[in-house]
Ligand binder design. Structure first.
Ligand code: NIG
Ligand code: FE
Length: 404
């Protein structure tokens, strides 16, 4: 079925950004069309331009959207939204001076959420996740990546990956869900090493999930006291043999050459990168791996931000995501985070919008969305506003409306 959205006050097409593969973007790469129109069918965008130039064959399908602006669909490419309990008490401990790392060492952090997730029933986790997805979607986000990672036993991680698959089916057609397997998130206390946990849980379960074709990517928390470089190589090698793409939590609390590992394995993305080295910047910039920055986490942990400008200037594909999780970033509003971060990172408007659309889609291997240009998928976000700039200028205010 054909539709044509017309009389849009502005369309942010990102056509220029798309042609440049999301790199080295100039302000003009937003490729804005005023009084715009777009015609599309279920599969692809057919035409984009000014409303007065809409080809006659599309006129019967017009939907007048005056007073609105349209962007490529917003994508939150990094969330940990499936978990039980919360960490409000730990948050207060952090305000009172205990660090994230110290809290983790005394058994708090991810292992505390593991305990609460193990106590929660499948139905309860499903209900909580549905509520969280609805809220994220209400800000205009149409694609959400969800990581497992708070089960940390063979059985519970299996349950979480299957729950994400259930969520994918439930939201099909309304919200596109990407299922990332992050059993390598922390090492439960009953294993003698991360290697041992990998052997007993992470790798055998990966084989099982692969045969059931449930997951879209693997991920690992490559960090001191969590998973080593050897662990990453073993997981990525197995995933590559199974044709499952890789993602990595890299160079977050310590410099560990995670970005280089990601580039060498052709990973979809390397995420966090607060402590990425100069060599890491060079390697990731000359690869297809997306550098995903999670500024909400640095804000919430009170850490210095990632070197975004260096990555952008080196030609990396930079994306922004929320990292929504109970510990290090309990904020689900990607537009708010991006709006604050762009000013801190000194990103121009094209870099900001590509970061939450085009490059975020690329970090999920979704190369057929992320710009409003003929041939790409018709995936959009719609806002009740006269100007695109209003959306991030009014940081934290929600202009999103449902697509007709
Ligand atoms: O991306 N780094 C690992 N995972 C999350 C934190 C999870 C947690 O603290 O519960 C992150 O920041
Ligand atoms: Fe994360």
């Amino acid at each position: 079925m054909i539709k044509a959205y017309t009389h849009l006050n502005e369309i942010l097409t990102l056509d220029g950004a798309h042609k440049k593969d999301g790199r080295h973007l100039l302000p003009s790469d937003v490729s804005l069309i005023k009084n715009g129109a777009v015609a599309f069918n279920e599969d692809q965008i057919l035409w984009v331009g000014k409303t007065e130039e809409l080809p006659s064959e599309f006129k019967n399908y017009s939907i007048n959207l005056q007073g609105h602006v349209l962007t490529p669909e917003i994508v939150d490419s990094h969330t940990h939204l499936i978990f039980g309990g919360n960490r409000a008490e730990e948050y207060i401990d952090r305000l009172n001076g205990t660090s994230y790392e110290e809290i983790a060492k005394r058994g708090g952090g991810i292992l505390y959420t593991m305990k609460k997730t193990l106590e929660a029933t499948s139905d309860e986790l499903f209900r909580l996740s549905c509520e969280r997805i609805e809220r994220i979607h209400s800000y205009g986000v149409g694609t959400i990546e969800i990581k497992s990672g708070y089960g940390l036993t063979f059985e519970k991680e299996y349950e979480l990956s299957r729950l994400i698959d259930r969520l994918k089916k439930k939201f099909h057609g309304r919200v596109q869900i990407f299922n990332t397997y992050l059993a390598a998130h922390d090492v439960p206390k009953n294993f003698k090493s991360s290697e041992d946990y990998l052997d007993q849980v992470v790798l055998p379960l990966l084989d099982k999930l692969s045969s059931e074709k449930i997951i879209d990517a693997v991920d690992i928390f490559h960090e001191k006291n969590y998973f080593t470089t050897d662990d990453v190589i073993r997981l990525f090698t197995r995933a590559t043999e199974l044709s499952i793409p890789c993602k990595i939590h890299a160079d977050e609390l310590n410099t560990n050459e995670g970005a280089q590992l990601a580039a060498r394995f052709d990973a979809l993305s390397a995420d966090h990168l607060l402590k990425i080295s100069d060599e890491g910047i060079r390697e990731i910039a000359s690869s297809s791996t997306v550098a995903t920055l999670l500024p909400g986490t640095a804000f919430f942990l009170g850490k210095p931000l990632a070197p975004a400008r260096l990555l952008l200037d080196a030609g990396a594909k930079v994306s922004l995501a929320s990292d929504f999780n109970p510990g290090s970033c309990h904020c689900d509003n990607l537009l708010l985070i991006a709006s604050m971060a762009a000013a801190q990172f000194k990103m121009n408007q094209a870099e900001l919008w590509a970061g939450i659309t085009l490059n975020a889609s690329a970090s999920l291997g979704r190369l057929h969305q992320g710009a409003i240009t003929p041939g790409l998928q018709p995936k959009f976000s719609l806002f009740k506003s006269d100007m695109i700039s209003e959306i991030t200028y009014n940081w934290g205010r929600n202009f999103s409306v449902t697509l007709p």
